[in-house]
Write a protein that binds this ligand. Structure first.
Ligand code: ADP
Ligand code: MG
Length: 410
């Protein structure tokens, strides 16, 4: 079986040329006034469904980015076009509030709204978007579009927040508000922090406890896969399942209720206690579903610590069993996997992956497989063959190269 080529990332020049050309076609040829910014999608190495439990997670920024060409305006009008969506959308920033913006412009208007809510002098703009981050694949195209606009608006308004990591944490918080309150998706904060704060060659260890200083909440972990002879293969299953949003909100509510029943501010508190604390807590919970959800969250936080310890010791090639254990926990205890994700990780392991797991929220989206670099195309081909044999839509493949954060591109 021939190995399908992984989906390439656009170079910065290619992405900039695409959005400049789309801008000229949409709003007229004024390239000298039009800056270009971009932000990466992300893939989470380990630590799934932990961010909203004040836990730990370990994302890397992808080489795959969303590009924005933007021209500021002197009024509060916003005009938007996306290469991924039909038509031009218009709105007034003064009208933006929860529940008022339909569809994809909510991710954009939400960022401007959140910055204004925080007191920043953000005005209207004409802008276009194009992206090589796959949509709805668990690779956070939503954070990529938010964060690309966050750095663009920061730049044109002269806020200077993108200039240092603490300011980037502030921008990430605005993007989270945009996604939660204007786009209406109750996600945690991992994706936006990854897109704004990851650095090339590193994973980002995020500690999602509330109230930490930006420096304590995010730590770069050197993660040079190529130097270690490794590759992180991303398998976009292209599976779409119903009820995904409801399931996410449902998991989040179960965790919050379990923490409240245990008298804890959040489930993270159990992961910082002595190792017996989890068993004591599980004995106290009467509902079996809640017990399994709690067990996933607490053991997953432990796996993040173990992965980071191995990576820090130069033993990235030994994290495979922890990725496998993460998948089993998400499948059996958290119940967010699906047939396609299970098949992707099993086929990858059978073909020699060192470890594999679903990544992102689940119910479709992507899996990751840690492979020896020389095995990447063979493992990819085996997964594609397994999907064909099962009569499933062919998955998309890409390689996760730990890359740099959102910023000005041109
Ligand atoms: P994921 O973040 O995993 O890709 P989400 O459902 O969270 O999936 O976000 C996908 C949504 O984000 C899209 O349906 C769209 O509304 C918005 N979006 C992302 N990228 C773009 C883009 N390039 N142009 C327009 N909208 C986008
Ligand atoms: Mg998303």
């Amino acid at each position: 079986v021939g190995a399908p080529a992984p989906r390439p990332a656009w170079t910065p020049a290619e992405g900039a040329a695409r959005v400049r050309s789309l801008f000229a076609r949409t709003f007229g040829p004024t390239p000298e006034e039009v800056g270009v910014w971009s932000a990466p999608g992300r893939v989470n190495v380990v630590g799934e469904h932990t961010d909203y439990n004040a836990g730990l997670c370990l994302p890397v920024a992808l080489e795959h980015r969303t590009f924005v060409a933007l021209r500021p305006r002197d009024d509060d009008r916003v005009r938007l076009a996306s290469a991924q969506e039909p038509g031009v959308r218009e709105l007034d920033l003064a009208d933006v509030a929860p529940g008022t913006v339909d569809g994809w412009p909510a991710y954009v208007a939400g960022v401007a709204w959140a910055l204004r809510e925080a007191g920043h002098p953000v005005r209207g703009f004409d802008a276009v978007v194009d992206s090589c981050v796959p949509y709805g694949a668990g690779l956070s195209s939503s954070a990529a579009i938010e964060c690309a606009f966050a750095v663009a608006l920061d730049d044109v308004a002269g806020l200077g927040l993108a200039d240092d990591d603490a300011g980037r944490a502030t921008l990430a918080a605005a993007c989270v508000r945009a996604e939660n309150e204007i786009a209406g998706a109750p996600t945690g904060g991992m994706d936006q922090s990854a897109s704004l704060r990851c650095t090339a060659g590193h994973a980002l260890l995020l500690d999602c406890r509330p109230g930490l200083s930006p420096a304590d909440a995010a730590t770069g972990v050197p993660f040079d896969l190529a130097a270690a002879g490794l590759a992180l293969l991303v398998i976009d299953t292209r599976a779409e399942h119903q009820l995904v949003d409801g399931q996410y909100a449902d998991r989040r509510r179960t965790c919050e209720e379990a923490a409240a029943a245990l008298g804890l501010p959040h489930l993270r508190a159990l992961a910082d206690d002595d190792p017996g604390a989890l068993d004591v807590a599980l004995d106290k919970l009467t509902d079996d579903v809640a017990r399994r959800r709690v067990r996933h969250v607490v053991t997953e936080i432990g796996r993040v610590r173990e992965v980071v310890a191995l990576v820090d010791a130069g033993l990235a090639h030994e994290i495979g069993p922890l990725l496998d254990a993460s998948h089993a926990s998400l499948r059996d205890d958290y119940e967010v996997s699906c047939r396609e994700l299970d098949l992707a990780v099993e086929a990858a392991r059978d073909a020699g992956a060192l470890g594999a797991r679903m990544t992102g929220g689940g119910f479709g989206g992507s899996a990751i497989a840690l492979v020896r670099a020389a095995d990447a195309s063979r493992v990819g081909a085996a997964v594609v063959a397994a999907f064909a044999a099962a009569g499933l839509t062919a998955p998309d493949l890409l390689l996760a190269t730990p890359s740099g954060p959102a910023g000005r591109t041109a």
